[in-house]
Design a protein around this ligand. Sequence first.
Ligand code: ADP
Ligand code: MG
Length: 366
Amino acid sequence: MPRVRIVGVSKRYGRVTALDQVNLEVENREYLSILGPSGCGKTTLIKCIAGIIPPDEGQIYIDDKGLAGVPIQERGIGYVFQEIALFPHMPVAENVSYGPRVRGWPPARTARVTNEMLSMVGLEERGQAYPRELSGGAQQEVAVIRALASGSSLLLLDEPLGSLDAKVRAKLRYELRQLVADLGLTAIHVTHDQEEALSISDRVVVMKAGGIVEVGSPMELYLRPKRIFTANFVGEANFIEAKIAQGGPDCILDIDGLELRCRNPLSLASGRVVVAIRPEFISFRESGPSGVNAWTGRVENQTFTGSAARYQVKVSNGLTLTVKCPLLSDEPEVAVGDNVTLSLPVEHIRIYPFPEGGLEQETALE
Ligand code: ADP
Ligand code: MG
């Protein structure tokens, strides 16, 4: 059963470093997503794993066997691209049975596997249809089972849902996850969609500019991102520059005259830091005096996003914070122009050392 090990892999195209010393281990039966902005090297990495692109440096092992010298079709890897790449002139069943037929499987076995695969995605009645007669989502399901029909146990997916409508995308996420679990596969799924990565994966790898920024479970990355880049790219966050006024396990920060208490897991003792707090963790409270983690301000702007309302609140030191509140009744809690008090809960505030190249460079997508 496939376990993938990527050791010191680099790949350059002229002056562009597409991958820079990437190290990663993927467990057997794990569903791993690779998440990052466009151009960060996701496709290059997955093509290196597939053996389609040879790395300039480093090694890739599948079940402790090196890939070098093993022909692509003998690696036991199923590969699905973003663009739906079915053979348009072949009925669906022939698309699915293509791999087994090329490998010379006996017709009875080929037919049995093809039927099994089609019924796994509920398309057993559509084997004789042509790809264009199926919806985009069903076509992409066929692309997935075609990649698996020859018995691959490692499934590589490069933005497999990228060309589909939002509703279909969300539905296929769960089907894909289920299929991978039912067949006991290992899956590596490339996406630039953070919600897709969080909802489908056991672990998520966050990439930026050819390198791995952070690896963690969806909850870890969302609730306790170790890097500023992750806090920004996975979900959204208010970033605030601050100074440590008083160190310790619960430290006090000074933000242009406002005080903030937060946990200090890195034991930062002094100096400049960046604070990150997600908009949905800030809430409005009964107005009262300004104090530690209770800041007064005025609502400058409100937008409605369906399930929530977003506010821009200018607090007393001139800083503007984004606050997101679920709509729990048919009236928004506050309105533009209201004077409010914001509650900033200690447990949801993260602090980071101030990045050497500045905050803007740290959160940049390239
Ligand atoms: P992603 O899939 O994350 O969008 P890619 O792996 O496709 O990123 O590309 C990573 C970087 O390598 C980009 O800067 C891209 O322009 C460059 N690149 C990818 N393929 C080639 C190629 N064949 N020739 C030159 N540059 C390439
Ligand atoms: Mg890509």
